[in-house]
Ligand binder design. Structure first.
Ligand code: FAD
Length: 322
């Protein structure tokens, strides 16, 4: 581990000043960053701890159904907060499905979204595209846990469970930087993630996520999160699904374990699920349509079957037979 300094920021401005230094990085619970530093994947000189900044650990539920979740809120709080579990059960279930009790007690939602992929080539310090190399080593290598959808060159997947629920709930993030505050849709936060070598997010130097925002449409309706893992405990999803039939009847479906960022199922499938009145054959064909553009590699074709199985199950739950 290389030497580094630790700066516990006391305000947004204090954090921005500290993050303006070259090679400074935001710190949440440190459950990924410290491991990445030991692996040599990250070499920040200063860690700027965001957890003491007033407001960053607040959960604010608004009367219209929307909410603001500070970036330093821990996953355990997301899983257990009575207001969140009642309004946004898919998010609470996804947070509860992440890692172990210890990881959820330390890991923050900001750090969870910004964590690096678990690809063994990247984590093994091999010269893959994201590690100074020219190509993705997984593409023709050991790609059992890799993506079904990528714009290339990287074939890693994003490891987050909460990201999948946030995608189905159409969350956005609030970002702070020297230039002020901006709000980004999740798709914009991860735009070009497979082509960006140094990280997955579109944040510029010195910026950090200050909050996750849920729109009013995210509250209530029928919503849930399901995750498939190779082991029964503390494992990353091979594939997962978040499903939401909103109060206005519209349907949102997102998959995890298939791409290096949020992945929403094609809108025409969501619309057909919303229309309802589905029988087994139409559910089967909707699940197939949802995965039509999947491009499995040599060892991860099983993920297509897993995604279709999760989607069939989710569609049945959203549109129970009459
Ligand atoms: C064994 C193991 C199993 C796991 N299983 C799962 C799982 O099943 N599902 C799952 O979702 N996750 C899983 N994780 C990942 C874990 O949830 C993340 O490590 C955790 O959420 C990261 O949060 P943190 O606050 O500790 O981030 P940190 O480690 O502090 O930071 C991670 C990265 O985010 C950056 N960062 C931190 N906060 C911000 C911010 N506000 N804005 C911008 N950048 C920021 C840091 O600079 C760093 O690059 C697992 C991890 C381990 C080690």
């Amino acid at each position: 581990m290389h030497p580094f300094s630790y700066h516990p920021a006391v305000s947004i401005d204090d954090a921005l000043r500290a993050l303006a230094a070259p090679d400074a990085a935001p710190l949440g619970g440190g459950t990924d960053l410290l491991v990445a530093m030991k692996e040599g994947l990250a070499q920040p000189q200063t860690l700027v701890d965001l957890r003491r900044i007033p407001g960053l650990r607040d959960i604010t539920l608004h009367d219209d159904g929307s909410a603001r979740i500070g970036a330093a809120v821990r996953l355990a709080e997301l899983a257990e907060h009575p207001g969140l579990t009642a309004r946004y059960p898919a998010l609470a279930q996804a947070a509860a499905a992440a890692g172990t009790p210890q990881l959820r007690a330390m890991g923050t939602i900001g750090g969870n979204l910004a964590q690096r992929p678990r690809c063994w080539y990247l984590r093994g310090a091999l010269p893959c595209f994201k590690n100074g190399g020219a190509d993705c080593l997984a593409e023709r290598g050991e790609n059992h846990y890799h993506a079904l959808f990528t714009a290339g060159p990287c074939h890693a997947v994003h490891p987050s469970d909460p990201l999948v629920a946030l995608a189905a709930l159409e969350a956005s993030v609030e970002v702070r930087g020297a230039g002020g505050t901006r709000t980004l849709a999740l798709a914009a936060l991860f735009e070009g993630s497979t082509r960006r070598a140094a990280g997955e997010l579109t944040l510029t130097a010195g910026e950090f996520i200050s909050a996750v925002c849920l729109p009013a449409s995210a509250a209530g309706g029928e919503q849930f999160y399901e995750k498939l893992t190779q082991r029964a405990a503390w494992d990353f999803a091979t594939v997962s699904v978040a499903a939401h039939r909103r109060a206005d009847g519209e349907v949102r479906l997102a998959l995890g374990g298939v791409a290096l960022g949020p992945f929403r199922v094609t809108a025409s499938v969501e619309q057909d699920v919303a229309t309802g009145g589905l029988d087994d054959d139409s559910i089967e064909s909707l699940a197939e349509r949802a995965m039509h553009d999947a491009a499995p590699l040599e060892h991860n074709g099983y993920k297509v079957w897993q995604a279709q199985a999760l989607l069939r199950q989710a569609i049945r739950r959203l549109d129970p037979p009459r």
